[in-house]
Design a protein around this ligand. Structure first.
Ligand code: AMO
Length: 427
């Protein structure tokens, strides 16, 4: 498999190759040096004299002759004739970095993340993550969406009070960190019609689980002129297909390193919330404890059931009860106990929440009042309803959760460069 870096290098015969000494293997009379470049590994062969003073972790500029070799990564090796050492590490690199498996407990690995990320398998996760964001952005751009950047500091949150980070602002003001770009993406539908954002969001989750972070990257989009939440679901299905296609076309080396099997995405099946709850209760002999929300185990069982019945690793759960959905969710026209909202499950985990939103002023104000909330506190947001909004809807996807599921990782922290959780604010 030829990486882009290697291709560029091959096409420019005279160019030296720059990179970091990733792994050095001594052979009889010569050494193999695996050079880590931004986009791949290059196999370099040096005789003993040239290797003098070079250790793993050195930044190098290597000159030499490129020779085709099927066994080398990228199909060639560099027979080095001249080596310039541009910098040397002041400490030997932890020996595991150059190995295929880092072989460290996650907690220990996170402690040395700045260097652990140089391990090829660890690094590949974030290359794939780049691909997911490129696929998301590229597909939405092709559908006429405009990218926006909303503020992360504000006075109120959109997703309820329990998990908001508050911090002292100027004077006596207390600011909150954005739990989502919800208000702003809806506002911007009134401006551009279709918008998306990729940005950080903050949740003061007080529990440490394998699927929660206190800061994560949210992939959001919001679109006007929809007939129902089904239009949003169809857009998400198209986007996921485009992401998988891009990953297959341009990220094959990383997927191979990670031994990842991407899902096939055709139409994504859906099932209504209540129907799903009842079906798994009967099928797996479970008691329904919370009729308004899904427990993590229920998400797993719904996914399992849908995989068995439809062959799809993804499934939408629709018509969530109003009680547990935010105040901006549009209630079902026939039955106000339910909303026109959905979650998307992927291999047993919720990766998306979305739905149609209330676009009528009176209706939005009434829903706030019904929930004992003060419309005056939402004056800025309500401006859009007051001055006219199309029927609209959208969704939010946790990038780390999506990455984790695409790659079959066990803990969300593995899909976050520098995870923030209840016990961790560094590195
Ligand atoms: P919700 O709060 O369900 O919806 O979040 C959307 C998606 O974000 C991810 N997610 C998380 N990922 C990591 N750590 C967390 N603590 C965490 N919390 C949520 C999940 C989830 O499905 N405004 C709505 C979206 C919308 O309707 O447009 C919202 O934020 O993948």
């Amino acid at each position: 498999m030829e990486t882009k870096a290697v291709r560029a290098f091959r096409e420019d015969e005279g160019a030296p190759l720059c990179g970091m000494a990733h792994q050095i293997k001594d052979m009889a009379g010569f050494s193999f040096l695996m050079l880590r470049t931004g986009l791949g590994l290059a196999q370099c062969v040096l005789d003993k004299a040239l290797l003098e003073g070079i250790t793993e972790g050195c930044a190098l500029r290597l000159y030499g002759e490129k020779v085709a070799d099927e066994r080398a990564p990228g199909g060639f090796e560099l027979r080095v004739s001249k080596a310039e050492v541009l910098s040397r590490p002041s400490s030997p690199l932890p020996p595991q970095i150059g190995k295929y498996n880092l072989g460290m407990a996650l907690e220990n690995e996170l402690g040395i993340r700045p260097v652990a990320l140089r391990n090829l398998k660890k690094r590949a996760v974030f290359k794939v993550q780049e691909g997911i964001v490129r696929g998301f952005r590229g597909f939405l751009e092709s559908q006429g969406f405009t990218e926006i950047h909303s503020p992360k500091l504000g006075l109120s949150g959109a997703e309820g009070g329990a998990n908001m980070f508050r911090l002292p602002y100027f004077g006596d003001t207390v600011a909150v960190l954005a739990q989502s770009p919800q208000f702003y993406k809806q506002i911007m539908v009134g401006v551009f019609g279709r918008v998306f954002e990729v940005g950080p969001v903050f949740r003061a989750e007080k529990h440490a689980t394998a699927r929660h972070l206190n800061e994560y990257t949210s992939l959001d989009f919001e679109m006007g002129f929809i007939d129902s939440e089904k239009d949003v679901m169809a857009m998400e299905t198209g986007m996921l297909r485009a992401v998988v296609e891009l990953l297959q076309a341009e990220y094959a080396p990383q997927l191979k390193i990670l031994k990842a099997e991407l899902p096939e995405i055709d139409e994504i099946p859906y099932i209504e919330f209540t129907q799903a709850k009842e079906a798994i209760a009967a099928r797996y002999n479970r008691r329904i404890r919370d009729p308004y929300d899904l427990e993590p185990e229920e998400e797993q069982l719904i996914s399992k059931m849908m995989l068995e019945e439809t062959g799809s690793r993804f499934c939408f759960v629709t018509r969530y009860p109003s009680k547990k959905r935010p105040f901006y969710a549009m209630d079902d026209f026939d039955d106000e106990r339910y909303t026109r909202s959905f979650d998307l499950l992927f291999d047993g985990l919720e990766i998306t929440t979305g739905g149609q939103r209330i676009h009528q002023y009176d209706r939005q104000v009434q829903k706030l009042l019904d929930r004992g909330m003060d419309p005056a506190e939402f004056e800025d947001f309500l401006m859009i309803h007051k001055y006219g909004m199309p029927p609209h809807g959208g969704l939010g996807i946790g990038l780390e959760r999506l990455t984790m599921k695409f790659l079959g990782l066990q803990n969300i922290r593995e899909a976050s460069l520098f995870p923030r959780d209840i016990n961790r604010l560094r590195p």
